[in-house]
Design a protein around this ligand. Structure first.
Ligand code: SF4
Length: 279
């Protein structure tokens, strides 16, 4: 049956059905824009973190959202805040196969203690691992490529189901994170996802005070001199007064694992120094 496209040659019922069909069309536009992120930053300027989180979740301002957590030194704060509001928020953990056993035990302890029901462990693609990191030593000669296989790709696959993600990043962690906004556009691909950094403006003292007030358990490696904890081959101890993230990829000009790095289709093409996967 030919369909009237003008809307003038059909009965009202058919015109309504036609309108409904047009609404059903697949929308391939980006979910959010930089202007959306700016508007959210303006709306929540000076609004306490817990209130902001409650509103974002209750009003669905970020659409389908998941938290990305490393279950590292300070992760418990964001997870506790979220669990207080909604224990069912999906929590994505990049199970790279290279974590300290202490991190895996801490993940399980924290998830059970906070009653997190949405923990999802993301593992690397086994074929890709066999093809490109059969020895398991790629981290030693191509850490960007190793992160690409074990972190970036698994997260990209998982985030395809979401419109936004919560991160635990803070501005004080390193020079490259200074001035981090609460809301920003996720530029790792062109999907236009939102990245929400609820703790962006928190200080190290605030984090410590929250741990104490909430009675949160510390990651066991913090007491051993690790203020920032990632995969075991790429994490070293940090001396007092040093940048907390300076123990990550020590000896390499690499500061991020790639999950917060602009993708190749980013208009600015603005890769951080040293981020250069070999493949
Ligand atoms: S942090 Fe190190 S071991 Fe972990 S995925 Fe990246 S390069 Fe590989």
């Amino acid at each position: 049956m030919r369909r009237c496209r003008s809307g003038r040659c059909a009965t009202p019922d058919l015109r309504m059905a036609d309108a409904a069909r047009q609404i059903d069309q697949i929308d391939t536009a980006a979910r959010f824009t930089a202007a959306d992120a700016e508007a959210l930053n303006a709306r929540f300027a000076a609004v306490p973190t817990r209130t902001m989180l409650t509103t974002v979740l209750a009003e669905g301002l970020a659409g389908r959202i998941a938290a990305v957590s490393s279950f590292g030194a300070e992760s418990a704060v964001l997870l506790h805040l979220l669990a207080d509001i909604d224990r069912n928020v999906p929590v994505l953990f990049l199970d790279t196969g290279k974590h300290f056993p202490e991190t895996l035990a801490y993940r399980d302890e924290l998830a059970a203690r906070l009653g997190l029901t949405g923990l999802i462990n993301l593992t690397p693609d086994t074929e890709m691992l066999a093809e490109r990191d059969e020895s398991g030593l790629r981290w030693s000669y191509d850490p960007d490529g190793c992160c690409e296989i074990r972190k970036v790709q698994p997260l990209a696959r998982a985030l395809a189901d979401f419109d936004a993600s919560f991160t635990g990043r803070k501005g004080f962690q390193s020079a490259t994170r200074a001035g981090l906004p609460r809301f920003e556009l996720d530029t790792t691909d062109a999907a236009g996802r939102l990245k929400v950094n609820p703790l962006a403006d928190w200080s190290s003292d605030q984090i410590a005070a929250y741990f104490k007030a909430a009675g949160l358990p510390a990651h066991p490696l913090v007491a051993e001199g690790y203020p920032s904890i990632g995969c075991s081959p790429c994490t070293t101890k940090v001396a007092a007064g040093e940048d907390p993230r300076s123990g990550r990829w020590k000896g390499w000009d690499k500061t991020e694992c790639g999950i917060h790095v602009p993708g190749q289709d980013d208009a600015a093409g603005d890769l951080p120094p040293g981020f250069d996967p070999v493949f």
